[in-house]
Design a protein. Structure first.
Length: 422
């Protein structure tokens, strides 16, 4: 713990958090681990999370958490017209034919968030925003801000094949502007840091994601009831095209036919509903599995106490993302000494040395994915344990004692640079 004079009050803004029913994983887990790491060092982290329900303030595992909602009437509070509340927003939505809905909501979120931050009683040392949703577009005048880059929206939109409507174009430009207005930027992925540096023309620091197993106790009930004694491959995270589940769908029949006692387990939210000619991703995977569909098992999102026993007993973890950002799923699997099969050119190579601490396949290539999976399934037990141990050793570089100290140094430099200008 640092001395009191050096204690920082850091506001961590996020669109999702582990306390919320709708959290999807990566960002929420990162913010939670960063907050715990900062608290352990004696600092005061405060989490602000977007809420669809209420605006509670509560303590979770020693961390102060504020929920904030988006009220469409907030746009017109600028003109002291609060009595009109949502009606003026509906009028705006009507005259624009609903074609600027999402980009307008992003502006409202950032504006309202700034007003909420003004109400914090503690002096704020620094605010950390995610790049998503351009939440840092509006900000407090006298407080430095940093932005953590977890992806680049145009790349994600391209990968999804989204047509550039005016609304989507404005959302992308809002995010770019918020990044440019940030006092400093950082990113866990070297690959994404290079991309963003070219766009915003400013330095992007690389600070990898901290990893701790914060679960105090494990619950083996789901594992024991459904998976104990089974040989299985595992995918966990958001189930969809972007995470490579379409590639798994392409090879699922051949894979399960290759090894008759093998199961494929999926844990996570099936996000791409109607993504395959009216079928969800999981429906498409089951359909393609044919007579082997009973060896495809799906659980919805699980908390870590239920999830980790499933991860720890998987033959291998298959994460064939088409685009990613230093994925938490890969970190968690390697932290449990599991062999991870990831994709080259998507930040997995920053974590995995191919054939040494895991395996990499070609991006967006289902046949190469199948080849690598078969190679892993044919490994001797000795080789499997050896690779798992190497994976675990790589994740030791992400211990909070190292990563959070690096993050705090980054905060302090940003604070010093900010105040030296004023």
């Amino acid at each position: 713990m640092e001395d009191n004079k050096s204690i920082l009050t850091i506001v961590l803004v996020t669109t999702e958090y582990v306390t919320e029913d709708f959290f999807d994983g990566g960002l929420s887990n990162y913010v939670h681990r960063a907050a715990l790491g900062l608290k352990k060092l004696g600092h005061k982290p405060i989490v602000f999370v977007l809420s669809h329900e209420n605006e509670d303030v509560f303590i979770h595992k020693g961390i102060e958490v504020h929920r904030f909602r988006v009220y469409t009437g907030i746009f017109f509070e600028i003109f002291n017209s609060r009595k009109y509340n949502d009606s003026l927003f509906r009028f705006w939505n009507w005259i624009t034919f609903g074609k600027l809905y999402h980009s307008t909501i992003q502006v409202l979120m950032s504006w309202q968030l700034r007003e909420k931050l003004k109400q914090i009683e503690h002096p704020i040392s620094l605010v950390q925003y995610p790049n998503c949703a351009a939440l840092g577009l509006f900000h407090l005048k006298n407080v430095p801000k940093v932005t953590r880059i977890s992806g680049y929206l145009p790349q994600w939109n391209d990968a999804y094949g989204l047509k550039r409507t005016l609304d989507i174009w404005l959302m992308e430009k809002q995010e770019d502007l918020a990044n440019k207005l940030s006092d400093a930027l950082f990113c866990p992925s070297k690959l994404n840091a290079i991309t963003i540096e070219k766009i915003v023309r400013k330095n992007v620091e690389v600070i990898e994601t901290p990893f701790i197993i914060e679960t105090e106790s494990l619950n083996y009930s789901i594992y024991k009831e459904y998976l104990e004694g089974k040989q299985y491959l595992l995918f966990f995270g958001t189930i969809g095209i972007m995470k490579g589940c379409g590639l798994i769908a392409e090879i699922i029949y051949s894979l399960l036919a290759f090894k008759e006692n093998l199961f494929f387990v999926f844990v996570g939210k099936d996000k791409d509903y109607m993504g395959f000619q009216g079928k969800s991703t999981m429906d498409k995977i089951r359909e393609n599995a044919g007579e082997n569909k009973d060896r495809v098992i799906h659980f919805d999102r699980l908390t870590h106490d239920y999830l980790y026993p499933i991860v720890a007993n998987a033959n291998a973890v298959v994460l064939p993302s088409r685009i990613d950002n230093f994925p938490n799923t890969c970190i968690e699997a390697m932290g449990h000494k599991r062999i991870v099969i990831g994709t080259n050119g998507t930040s997995f190579e920053q974590l995995i040395e191919d054939g040494v601490s895991g395996f990499l396949c070609e991006n967006d290539n289902s046949q190469d994915l199948l080849r690598v999976i078969k190679e892993v399934l044919n490994l001797t037990e000795k080789k499997r344990l050896e690779i798992g141990e190497k994976a675990y050793q790589r994740i030791q570089d992400l211990q909070p004692e190292k990563v959070i100290n690096q993050l705090v140094d980054f905060y302090r430099q940003t604070i010093d640079d900010f105040h030296s200008k004023y």
